[in-house]
Design a protein around this ligand. Structure first.
Ligand code: G3P
Ligand code: MG
Length: 233
């Protein structure tokens, strides 16, 4: 079972910060998940539209110029990172899951990943683009099929993983509250991987290993790696 650092090693450092990314690399995670917004064509690594939860600023991202946003501390003494800064830090050392939080993030993301494959030590297979906006995933597969996609859902649809197969996805990214054996079985029968978020408790990890899921997103990836190693999976 793969362990994916959720928003970096966000249990130990401010989420989506360069420090959280660096800690996840140190922990030798299988992959890192980050959230992306796009302002003035620049990709910023931050989860919320609103700034108050993760920074000392207030208001929404769209209330600020890119220049002003780049002055805001992400919580670790560094500015809110750009995607390029995160890619430069990772430089192919781990895989990266890019969760698109807004519609205008897709095209700049594809362009930035192409640049990372050319200028850094990444291969296209190290990237996984995900979103709750399935239209974006459809568009991504059409424009650039070399980057795998993961369909996010916080539901247990009536026809299980059918939608992800229809979208040509590689994986389904599922909220732990909605995972069950039938869903996992259906996804696997359709050739889809199942990655579950957000998983920090040993009992949840044991339950998901029992279900045979392929990976988990964790805020405490070192603990998750330890549990997974102990069970020999
Ligand atoms: O990508 C998995 C998970 O991060 C999805 O939900 O709200 O944490 O971005 P959220
Ligand atoms: Mg996310």
């Amino acid at each position: 079972m793969l362990v994916i650092a959720h928003r970096g090693a966000s249990g130990y450092a401010p989420e989506n910060s360069l420090t959280a990314i660096a800690k996840a690399i140190e922990m030798q995670v299988d992959a890192i998940e980050i959230d992306l917004h796009c302002i003035e064509g620049e990709l910023l690594v931050i989860h919320d539209r609103w700034l108050h939860r993760t920074t000392r600023a207030s208001g929404q991202l769209r209330d600020y110029s890119l220049e002003a946003l780049r002055q805001i501390d992400a919580g670790d003494g560094h500015p809110i990172p750009t995607l390029w800064e995160v890619l430069s830090l990772i430089d192919g050392q781990t895989d990266l899951n890019l969760e698109l939080k807004c519609e205008n993030a897709l095209l700049p993301t594809l362009k930035t990943l192409d640049r990372a494959v050319t200028e850094q030590n990444f291969t296209p297979g190290q990237f996984l683009i995900s979103s709750f906006n399935h239209h974006l995933l459809n568009e991504s597969v059409t424009i650039q099929p070399k980057y795998a996609t993961g369909a996010l859902t916080a539901s247990c649809p009536i026809d299980y993983a059918t939608f992800a197969q229809t979208l040509g996805c590689y994986a389904i990214h599922l909220d732990i509250d909605f995972v069950n054996q039938a869903f996992v079985k259906d996804a696997h029968q359709r050739g889809l991987k199942v990655f579950v978020y957000t998983v920090d408790e040993p009992a949840d990890i044991a339950f998901l290993e029992e279900l045979g899921v392929d990976g988990i997103f964790s805020n405490y990836p070192d603990r998750a790696l330890h549990s997974v190693k102990q069970s020999g999976d």
